[in-house]
Design a protein around this ligand. Structure first.
Ligand SMILES: Nc1ncnc2c1ncn2[C@@H]1O[C@H](COP(=O)(O)OP(=O)(O)O)[C@@H](O)[C@H]1O
Ligand SMILES: [Mg+2]
Length: 99
C-alpha cells in the first residue's frame, strides 16, 4: 500500500497543504518547529487514528480553528482509495469513500 497524496486542513500548524508523494523516497527537510513531525503524525493519524504524541484530539486542531481534516489517497492492489479523517472539538470521524 502506498500513500500517494496527503491534504491537511487546519491540522496543527498547517492551514492548507497538499503533498504529492514520489513512489520511492520522500524527504521532509526543514528548520526546527516547522512541522516535519506534524506531517508524520498526520500520516499516522490517517493510518491508525491515533498519535504517538497525544491522546487529546483537540491538540491536532489549529489553535484558532474549529476542526481539522486529514485526507489521503492511497493505492492498494492497483486501486486508488480516498481516505478522510475529520477531527472536531467533539472527537474524530473517519471515512473511506470508494472512487
Ligand atoms: N494545534 C496546533 N495549532 C497550531 N500550531 C501547532 C499546533 N500544535 C503544534 N503546533 C506548531 O507546530 C510546530 C511544531 O511542529 P513539529 O512538526 O513538531 O516541528 P519539527 O519540524 O521540528 O518536527 C510548532 O511551531 C508548534 O507551535
Ligand atoms: Mg520533529
Amino acid at each position: 500500500m502506498k500513500l500517494k497524496q496527503l491534504t491537511l486542513k487546519n491540522f496543527r500548524n498547517y492551514e492548507e497543504l497538499t503533498l504529492d508523494f514520489d513512489s520511492s523516497i520522500n524527504v521532509f527537510l526543514g528548520e526546527n518547529a516547522q512541522g516535519k513531525t506534524n506531517l508524520l503524525e498526520a500520516i499516522l493519524m490517517l493510518s491508525l487514528a491515533k498519535s504517538h504524541r497525544t491522546t487529546n484530539d483537540k491538540d491536532f486542531i489549529g489553535w484558532d480553528k474549529q476542526e481539522a481534516k486529514i485526507e489521503g489517497r492511497i493505492e492498494k492492489h492497483g486501486q486508488e482509495l480516498p481516505l478522510e479523517l475529520t477531527i472536531t472539538q467533539q472527537g474524530k470521524k473517519s471515512k473511506s469513500k470508494s472512487s
